[in-house]
Unconditional design. Structure first.
Length: 316
């Protein structure tokens, strides 16, 4: 490999967000090692780079240690959809704790900077709205979402203890609901569910009455925020998300209006501990990173729908 280039390790690089980050860093001329166990990631997401001399692909599980020479670690490995992280909750907790522990150990050993992909789930079902980084959250320790929520909370704790004890360079992003091309059709998250249901001519499934809210960030905006955070001086935690808030019913209406306005919306039981409202306060990201999202939900749905249309028609 050519000398002097930044050597990036992206854990979870074959996943939804990770593969878009791979694209950005490869397009910037950097070296990228993509590490993934393919639980929710797919080789198809990074296949454009597989033969490239600046790109390497490693099948590895972050719950096991690994030795590599890198400058930057983008630690994204962890299932993000409630359906997937609840599939094997003990494994999710192991991935969050042991995976972050192993990657911090690697960062310490080789002097790399580590960015943790944390989540708005650290705020749980928030009593404060919108959520600033100073809010400590309202999280159930023993519920169905706890493996992920508490897993990310201890991952943040580990990062800050490595910083305090060993001077490890850390960056912590609290990512709010992000969507875009390359989400799995069976991912289970709301944007992909609604689009796939609508494209298949099925009713759109509202959990509860659809009055709960989320704020949806387009993946390109998120990746720009992650890059600014990694390159900047602010450690975080820092919220990265789009502050435009929608009810889930509004999202369903936006999706079906674009695909098939005749489809019904049906109500299903609301899952345990489902947060009632979520909206990032992004003042810190605006001030420290000069970052704010630029893609409105109505805009970002277009390429996302087009990507699902193409993939669903490729694999009927
Ligand atoms: P994703 O499920 O598409 O990607 C996760 C990737 O990690 C997949 O490629 C998966 O195979 C890999 N992975 C999972 N467990 C692993 C393990 N033990 N070892 C190695 N690889 C493993 O999810 P995503 O939406 O791309 O999320 C990426 C990161 O961002 C996650 O850490 C997630 O918690 C965080 N995040 C995402 C969102 C969002 O809305 N997309 C919101 C908050 C936080
Ligand atoms: N949701 C829904 N129908 C679906 C999938 C999800 O109404 O088919 C709801 C879910 O109950 C939650 C919101 O949409 O209130 C966002 O769910 P998602 O799984 O995308 O993310 P998270 O709950 O982790 O924010």
């Amino acid at each position: 490999m050519p000398e002097g280039l930044t050597r990036n390790l992206i854990t979870g690089g074959a996943g939804f967000v990770g593969s878009h980050l791979v694209d950005r860093l490869m397009q910037a001329g950097e070296e990228v090692i993509c590490l993934d166990n393919y639980f929710t990631g797919r080789k198809a997401n990074i296949e454009a780079w597989i033969a490239h001399p600046r790109f390497e692909l490693i099948r590895h599980d972050v719950t096991e240690p690994i030795r590599l020479e890198v400058d930057r670690i983008w630690h994204l490995a962890c299932p993000a959809s409630p359906v997937h992280y609840q599939h094997n909750p003990i494994k999710t907790a192991k991935t969050s704790f042991l995976g972050t522990y192993n990657m911090l150990g690697l960062a310490r050993r080789v002097g790399a900077r580590l960015l943790l992909a944390s989540t708005s789930e650290v705020y749980g079902d928030p009593e404060l709205h919108p959520q600033p980084e100073s809010y400590r959250g309202c999280v159930n320790t023993i519920g169905l979402r706890s493996c992920y929520d508490e897993g990310k909370r201890i991952a943040e704790t580990l990062c800050f203890d490595y910083k305090r004890m060993h001077g490890t360079q850390i960056r912590v992003a609290r990512i709010f609901n992000t969507y875009g091309p390359r989400m799995l059709p069976d991912d289970g998250r709301v944007v992909s569910n609604f689009i796939v249901q609508a494209l298949n001519g099925q009713p759109l499934t509202l959990y509860g009455d659809g009055s709960q809210t989320r704020s949806f960030c387009y993946v390109d905006d998120l990746v720009e925020g992650l890059i600014r955070l990694m390159n900047g001086a602010h450690t975080g935690p820092i919220n990265l998300g789009n502050p435009s808030e929608f009810t889930i019913r509004q999202l369903a209406e936006l999706v079906r209006a674009r695909i098939n306005p005749a489809l019904p919306l049906i109500e299903k039981p609301l899952p345990m501990d489902d947060p009632k409202q979520r909206q990032p306060l992004i003042t810190l990201a605006q001030q420290e990173l000069g970052w704010q999202p630029s893609v409105a939900l109505e805009q970002g749905l277009e390429p996302t729908i087009a990507d699902f249309q193409r993939r669903l028609s490729d694999c009927p």
